[in-house]
Write a protein that binds this ligand. Structure first.
Ligand code: SAH
Length: 243
């Protein structure tokens, strides 16, 4: 009888020694040196400023923002400001990305339109939550770069098109959410048309001084809220024939 505890001990020793490594946990951390910085960014820049939608916070926690900025800016990828991405354009401040995603009430299954793909970062955050994301970028080189990166990262539900997003993307309308990440001087009428009933559009409007507007298409009509002062790059037009 006295041997039993020894057997148990040996068995326990073997169980501990023979236990396989926890699946993937270590390699994943090692491959993502920015995971801690990203979690801190979500806490201090998004949650602390009032973003409470768990799907949004989780999405931002997952997307490797440092891969969407130029290599020389990687060390600043999680800082509290926008960064240049070439072609005189910028990747938005992380808080703004979280704010717009939350304000648009994007949820699983949403069909989303983004105007201004830029780096593709906002599109990736949307793709983590939504069903399908359609994104239009007027600078062909940026569109191509974002498309390649999003594909490489495995985002199969993002569709990037090079072109002027002022007229939206009629073939895939109506959209449950529309995010415009460059500022026009008025709300493009085609985007309001392409919004689904109960859909929401988040759009900065103005030249110089800009304000964020959240536009909801209710069954009774279009409701517009002005939420905060912002600064985005201007929405440019590929032709001047439109309104
Ligand atoms: N959402 C981007 C940041 C956008 S910066 C990100 O996550 O990185 C704004 C982008 O809008 C720029 O890349 C600019 O080229 C693009 N843009 C400006 N006018 C546009 C238009 N009419 N149609 C589509 N894209 C436009």
């Amino acid at each position: 009888m006295t041997a039993r505890p020894l057997h148990l001990l040996l068995l326990l020793g073997c169980v501990l020694a023979c236990r396989p490594n926890p699946p993937q946990a270590r390699p994943t951390k090692a491959r993502d040196p920015y995971a801690r910085e990203r979690a801190q960014m979500v806490r201090e820049q998004l949650h602390a400023r009032g973003i409470r939608n768990d799907a949004v916070l989780d999405a931002v926690r997952r997307v490797p923002r440092h891969l969407f900025v130029p290599p020389e800016s990687q060390g600043q990828a999680y800082a509290d400001h926008p960064l240049p991405i070439g072609f005189e354009q910028t990747i938005s401040q992380p808080y703004i990305v979280g704010y717009m995603t939350e304000a648009a009430r994007v949820s699983a299954g949403s069909r989303v339109l983004e105007i201004g793909t830029g780096s593709g970062y906002q599109a990736a955050v949307l793709a983590e939550i939504a069903g399908e994301v359609y994104s239009i970028e007027i600078v062909p080189e940026l569109a191509e770069r974002a498309r390649a990166l999003l594909a490489e990262l495995g985002y199969r539900n993002v569709h990037v098109r090079a072109g002027d997003g002022y007229a939206g993307w009629r073939e895939h309308a109506p959209f449950d959410a529309i995010l415009v990440t460059a500022a026009p001087d008025h709300v493009p009428p085609a985007l309001v048309e392409q919004l689904a009933v109960n859909g929401r559009m988040v759009i900065p409007v103005g030249t110089g001084e800009q304000e964020m507007r959240v536009i909801t298409k209710t069954p009774a009509g279009v409701v517009e809220e002005r939420t905060m002062d912002v600064r985005f790059v201007p929405l440019v037009r590929s032709d001047t024939t439109g309104p």
